[in-house]
Design a protein around this ligand. Structure first.
Ligand code: AMP
Ligand code: ZN
Length: 504
């Protein structure tokens, strides 16, 4: 079997072979914990999760790290290096407002001016949403999800190494910068070579900042600033790290190697963030590659447009779960399906209609699975050579071709299956990648992907069976309606009534 992914580093489809099989070391840029993560963020995180699960299904041992950025990500980092305010600081005023409006519960974040409290609150919110959405790495918190503020010594060691190797320098104002001219490959990932950047000199960066750098594209590694909201002692003065150095340091420290197999993130991170990560990591270690594969997820749009707070189309995952998008609560498995069903290399157009279609798709997978579970004592033994699984893997091996993979799933669901134990095993295997069924065991990914029916509704289901047995159809209809009104779908199977919570 050949696995191919689109590598942004070479702008081509390339055969994927881990450096140290069967281990795959993978790093994904994680959330900045200054607000609830939105569905666009989760699109990127879930794309990485899908990739991880696919690699696991194909026998790899994936060591997946996703960081938590809780310092140094500035409001204008994308356009002006180190510009604006730390996002954690900018969050304070908003959290105060959100506490008034109830978006942040009144008892939470006692002191919004304390960035550690803000970070802790949004980290926990992220972990809850991520686990509900089946993001496996969230179950490995904190080991595989380091906080930037806990890895400052590792960042400082990397900066010291960069200074020693003359890839970094201390400017007149004391800021430590990476010298892009010292690194020949700068621009290889994004195409923003030093020549091109020189042409665009100026931009949003103030003349003062430019004057203190050797080259306008040099980027900050350490900023001495005793007035910053979070600060640490360092050989370059009390201050804080640049956003880019965080990922280089955390990837190396947690994964323990100079070259990793895969690095993922949203398309916006290609430049400057990932370009700078490569320069720092390779500059410090001398390795030819920081990551062999760079995999970038295209942006999520809402109803065809960029998400916008002004237009009211900026949705957090909990806005979707709690019914603020469709008017009904939405099961996390449905949002997960909606976020994986479009290929990571294309823009995902999130729509209310799409969400309803996803609910129907998830229902079909769950119903077929539940039926198979009712009809079999246990799953049959199958492996990846089973034709359904082999075709599914084959589709995903082709740069994670999810449309083809889902077509395999649905053609299987539409077949009449004579062997429920086998059907059960097939669905479990497919779902190890899709992640829309309830967890199979206590070690499985998420805690409560699907809520079971409550006991009262289960009692009604039994009463419905009894009424049918007694041929009291009027009573049976009445009970059936009561169950539907309580938010359940009702099906009649040969083993009796099966009820499930409605998904969306
Ligand atoms: P942040 O929390 O801002 O650091 O972003 C976390 C991740 O979300 C990054 O990988 C971003 O590239 C990604 N991201 C942000 N907006 C979107 C979007 N609309 N669609 C897909 N990914 C996004
Ligand atoms: Zn990063």
């Amino acid at each position: 079997m050949t696995i191919q992914f689109y590598n942004s580093l070479t702008n081509s489809l390339q055969t994927f072979e881990p450096l140290d099989p069967p281990t795959v070391r993978m790093y994904s840029c994680g959330p900045t914990v200054y607000d609830y993560s939105h569905i666009g963020n989760f699109r990127s995180f879930i794309a990485a999760d899908l990739l991880r699960r696919f690699l696991e299904l194909t026998g790899h041992d994936v060591k997946h790290v996703m960081n938590i950025t809780d310092v140094g990500h500035m409001t204008e980092d994308d356009i002006a290096d180190g510009g604006g305010q730390d996002k954690m600081q900018a969050a304070a005023a908003r959290v105060k407002e959100d506490k008034k409006s109830g978006k942040v519960p009144a008892g939470a974040v006692e002191n919004p001016d304390d960035p550690y409290q803000v970070a802790e609150f949004y980290t926990q919110a992220f972990l809850n949403d991520a686990r509900a959405l089946g993001l496996k790495v969230a179950n490995e918190y904190p080991a595989m999800m380091p906080h930037a503020t806990q890895k400052i010594p590792e960042m400082q060691a990397l900066i010291a190494k960069l200074i020693e190797r003359e890839h970094a320098y201390i400017a007149a104002d004391g800021t430590v910068y990476f010298s892009v001219e010292s690194f020949d490959q700068y621009g290889e990932l994004s195409g923003n070579t030093i020549e091109k950047l020189r042409a665009g000199e100026g931009g949003r960066i103030s003349d003062d900042v430019i004057a203190s750098k050797r080259h306008p594209a040099d980027f900050m590694l350490w900023k001495p600033d005793a007035s910053h909201i979070m600060k640490w002692d360092s050989p370059w003065g009390e201050g804080y790290p640049g956003w880019h150095i965080e990922c280089s340091a955390m990837a190396r420290q947690v994964l323990g190697v100079d070259t990793i197999d895969i690095h993922t993130g949203g398309e916006d991170l290609t430049f400057p963030h990932h370009e700078c990560e490569i320069a720092q990591s390779c500059g410090a270690t001398g390795a030819t590659h920081f990551a062999k594969f760079w995999i970038h997820t295209r942006f999520l749009l809402v109803e065809g447009e960029k998400m916008s707070k002004r237009k009211g189309s900026f949705y957090t995952a909990r806005d979707v779960f709690e019914g603020r998008v469709t008017g009904n609560t939405v099961h996390p498995a449905v949002l997960r399906y909606e976020l994986i069903k479009t290929h990571y290399g294309a823009n995902l157009n999130f729509t209310v209609k799409g969400l309803h279609d996803s609910a129907a798709a998830v229902r079909k997978i769950q119903t077929t699975y539940n039926q198979a579970v009712y009809e079999s004592k246990s799953s049959a033994q199958i492996d990846n050579s089973h034709p359904v699984i082999a075709t599914f893997i084959n589709a995903l091996s082709d740069n994670l071709n999810i449309s083809e993979a889902l077509a395999v799933v649905f053609s299987f669901l539409n077949e009449k299956n004579a062997n429920p134990a086998e059907a059960r095993a097939i669905l479990e295997s497919l779902d190890s990648v899709l992640g829309v069924l309830p967890p199979q065991d206590s070690n499985a990914s998420s805690s409560d992907t699907t809520e079971g029916p409550d006991t009262e509704a289960q009692t009604w289901a039994k009463q419905l069976d009894t009424a049918r047995k007694n041929k009291d159809y009027a009573l049976a209809d009445e009970i059936r309606q009561k169950i539907i009104d309580a938010g359940y779908n009702v099906q009649t199977t040969k083993d009796g009534t099966v009820i499930e919570k409605k998904l969306a």
